[in-house]
Design a binder for this molecule. Structure first.
Ligand SMILES: Cc1cc2nc3c(=O)[nH]c(=O)nc-3n(C[C@H](O)[C@H](O)[C@H](O)COP(=O)(O)O)c2cc1C
Length: 163
């Protein structure tokens, strides 16, 4: 599979607040994960799929958080992919600090500025598959900002910039 070239996305979601019944409670932490196992599934209704390693932080989070977001990274965003693929990091708060982003109107999740496209999704189905969970989401919002930048790709274990 390392010979299948793929685009690279950042999946993001917000941890639920510690006390969901208290509107003044601090927001949950933003979490991000670099992924290549992302694909389009259906046009009508609009469905996409993300494959998450079972037991990863994002898999655990999306088990309880039904809304999430995807930013399709551009060739100049390799550093973002790198930092959100690190294992065992303690907190994502600092990692987002210098990544320009806005909050999705539906998910509240970070949408990366300068991304080639952004989507917000609501989970429709979770399918356990071996050591991964396939999360199928309905697309709730989509943007494709005007940019000339090419995609960030991953091939044979290396990030590549498609010119
Ligand atoms: C290029 C690349 C693509 C990746 N694609 C996925 C993926 O599709 N699904 C996944 O679960 N992890 C994927 N990973 C691994 C996660 O990014 C990484 O395990 C995670 O951020 C670390 O969090 P964890 O400690 O909770 O596993 C990928 C890593 C890299 C470098």
């Amino acid at each position: 599979m390392s010979r299948l070239a793929s685009g690279v996305v950042l999946v993001t979601a917000q941890e639920p607040p510690l006390d969901p019944d208290d509107p003044g409670a601090p927001r949950g932490e933003d979490v991000g994960m670099t992924a290549t196992a992302f694909m389009s599934v259906s046009l009508d209704p609009p469905l996409v799929l993300i494959g998450l390693r079972e037991g990863s932080r994002m898999d655990d989070l999306l088990d309880e958080q039904p809304v999430w977001a995807v930013s399709v990274l551009s060739g100049s965003q390799r550093h973002i992919a790198g930092r959100f693929a690190m294992k065992g990091r303690v907190s994502d708060r600092l990692l987002f600090a210098d990544v320009p982003h806005r909050r999705g109107e539906v998910s509240g999740a970070p949408l990366v500025g300068g991304a080639l496209a952004t989507l917000e999704c609501r989970t429709e189905q979770r399918v356990p598959a071996g050591d991964h969970t396939l999360v199928i989401g309905r697309v709730l919002t989509a943007t494709a900002p005007n940019t000339d930048d090419g995609p960030l790709t991953y091939f044979r274990g290396r990030y590549r910039h498609l010119d």
